[in-house]
Design a protein around this ligand. Sequence first.
Ligand code: HEM
Length: 308
Amino acid sequence: MSPVGLSEDLVDAINGVSGVHRGFRAAHAKGVVCEGTFTARPEGAGLTRAAHLQGEPVRTTVRFSNGNGDPGAHDGSRDGRGMAVKFYLPDGSRTDIVSLTLPCFFARTPEDFLEFTRARKPDPETGQPDMQRVGAYLGAHPEAQAAIQAALSTPPAASWAQCTYNSIHAYALVNAAGERRFVRYRWLPEAGEAALDDEEARGLQADYLREELERRLGRGPVAFELRLRLAAEDDDVDDPTVPWPEGERDEVSAGRLEVTGFDQTRERGGDVLVFDPSRVTDGIELSDDPILHARAGAYSVSVARRTS
Ligand code: HEM
C-alpha cells in the first residue's frame, strides 16, 4: 500500500471507532492549548547538542488532551491523556515532543494498528465492537497486552497537571562529540500524580479537566520535569509495545517545563497547530520504529481534513 493510502486508511479506521467530527483532530479531539517556558539542566546537554536542551529558557506551546477522537466524550472516561510540547528554537525552527500517559503502545506496526482499530469499530446496531474479532486479534498479538492492560487499569485523571506522560518511542540523542544514546522521554508532574475513581469522575462536569486546569493556573504555574530514560544494551529501541521496566534504566533530569497559562493566540483565526513526533532537530534522531514513521502521514491527513 502506498504511504498516502495507508495514512488515509489509518485516519478512516480511527473515524470508524470515534466518528467524524468536523474541525476536530481525528484522535485527541478534546484538549487545551497552553503557553510555557522550558529551561534545560546541564545533565541533558551532556547527552545532546539539541538547542532546547542546552540551558537557555525556550518558549513552548503545550497541548493537553484526551485520546478519544470524540470531542464530546466525558473527561471522566478511562482514556489515555496526551501532552504535546512544541519548543521554539533560537534559529526560528521548532521541535516537538508528543507524549501519552501510557508507558507503551498496543501496536508494533501501522498495519497492526489498522487491523486492531478496524476490529474495534462498533456495530451500528449494537453500538459494540465484534468481540470475537477483537479477541482473535489479541490472541494473535500478545504484544498488545501491556498497553491494553495499562489503559484498562488506569483510573480517570484528576488533572492534566497530575499525570506522567511518556514519548513511548525512543530517539537517539547525539552530543557535541558525536556520541549517540537512545532515550525515551518522560514528563513527571511536579504536583505529583492523582486520579479519581470512576464514579467520582462521572459525577463531575463533562469538561472538568479544562476547568480544573484553569483554576490551577489561576493560582500559579504548572510544572513538569523532563526525564531522559536511557536504553539498556539489549532494549529494542524500535518496538513501542515493550515498556522499559521501572527503576531499571538510568535516568537523566534534563530540565523543567513551566506552563504559565492558556494560550489565547493559537488555533484561532485560521492558525493551524500541529504536533509531529518526527519533527526533531540537530542533536536528536528518529529510531526506526515503524509506528513513529507512520504517524506524520496520518497526522497530515487529520490536519488536512480538520482545516478544510
Ligand atoms: C500508528 C499509530 C498512530 C496513529 C494512526 C495516530 C493518529 C493520530 C491522529 C490522526 C492524531 C490527530 C493529529 C492532528 O490532527 O493534529 C493524533 C494525535 C495525537 N497522538 Fe497519535 N497516533 C498514533 C500513535 C500515537 C502514539 C504512539 C502516541 C504516543 C505518544 C500518540 C499520541 C498522540 C497525541 C498526544 C496526540 C495529540 C497531539 C495534539 O495535541 O495535537 N499517538 N494521533
